[in-house]
Design a protein around this ligand. Structure first.
Ligand SMILES: [Ca+2]
Ligand SMILES: [Ca+2]
Ligand SMILES: [Ca+2]
Length: 226
């Protein structure tokens, strides 16, 4: 194995394929601590519940529930104006000007909306906040997930089926793994380089406050490559 490692590092010296990686965020939420994260709405570190098993003991749960209008809420709090709940990572300084970014996380979407109509497409939007503006990573709504692109791959069963949380939630997807990888060039790269960056997770009620949605996320990992 040691010989192999020497060969690999020699190859890296002659080729630029082994870009230097710096892991800026690796959150499994097992310390149940969101210090430094910005949190608003009905959102909490949660143990296993009817939405399934987190990886480890904890994951983050959020909903569009509000104590104004809903009999119960997922985390005992209220979404902002009954409409949205937001999680934002700490601002992360950049160790160097990155050429590439990689974002990974696990997510499950639960909803009380009718998943076969386009009335009230509640959505879960994930963005990378940079000095060059926000970059959309992925979106999941009642109609399904963002289609795969050269930058984005979503694996797992994204179809809506009856939720294990019935009657609290009617439909849910399987646990999905989202993986985003992107290269930046030129002016965008130059603007991003001054940093910092942050990841934002935004769950939105659309059209009405009566039919709510929820998500759980886990294993949020963000890294940059020189
Ligand atoms: Ca976890
Ligand atoms: Ca809704
Ligand atoms: Ca509601």
């Amino acid at each position: 194995m040691r010989g192999l490692a020497v060969v690999v590092s020699l190859l890296c010296m002659v080729a630029v394929v082994c870009a230097e990686e710096s892991v800026l965020l690796d959150a499994d939420f097992e310390n149940a601590d969101l210090t430094g994260w910005r949190v608003s709405g009905d959102l909490c570190v949660a143990p296993a519940f009817c939405a399934g098993q987190p990886s480890g003991k904890y994951w983050i749960a959020f909903s569009t529930n509000s104590q104004k209008g809903d009999p119960i809420t997922l985390c005992g709090a209220s979404s902002v104006e009954g409409m949205e709940s937001i999680l934002q990572s700490p601002y992360l300084p950049l160790p160097f000007a990155p050429s590439q970014v990689r974002v990974d996380f696990d997510v499950k979407f639960l909803t009380n909306e009718n998943t076969t109509s386009d009335l009230g497409t509640d959505s879960f939007l994930v963005r990378l906040l940079t000095m060059s503006g926000p970059v959309v990573i992925a979106n999941i709504d009642d109609g399904g997930t963002s289609p795969d692109t050269k930058n984005l791959k979503i694996s797992g069963d994204a179809r809506f089926h009856e939720s294990g949380c019935t009657p609290t939630w009617r439909y849910e997807t399987g646990m999905l793994h989202v993986s985003y990888y992107r290269t930046f060039h030129g002016e965008v790269k130059a603007r991003i380089r001054s940093g910092p960056v942050a990841l934002e997770f935004l769950l939105n009620n659309h059209f009405d406050q009566n039919f709510d949605s929820a998500v759980v996320i886990d294993n949020v990992r963000f890294s940059v490559f020189r």
